[in-house]
Ligand binder design. Structure first.
Ligand SMILES: [Zn+2]
Length: 65
């Protein structure tokens, strides 16, 4: 069934989003696992203070300057 399969896919995707949100991220600057999600798409490293803005659910560093 088309709708049933779609429902399972959405549930799996939400599970992975929850994992991403609670996962610790490695700071691209000091390379420690101290990146913490502040709000919206802002991530901050508790160690060196680097702030990275990205999507609300996962962090990817686009530019390091
Ligand atoms: Zn850092």
């Amino acid at each position: 069934m088309r709708t049933a399969r779609y429902g399972v896919g959405v549930r799996k995707r939400l599970d992975s989003i929850e994992k991403l949100r609670s996962k610790k991220y490695k700071c691209p600057q000091c390379r420690k696992l101290s990146m913490k999600r502040l709000y919206g798409g802002i991530w901050k490293c508790k160690r060196c203070g680097l702030e990275v803005a990205d999507g609300a659910y996962s962090m990817t560093v686009k530019s390091l300057n």
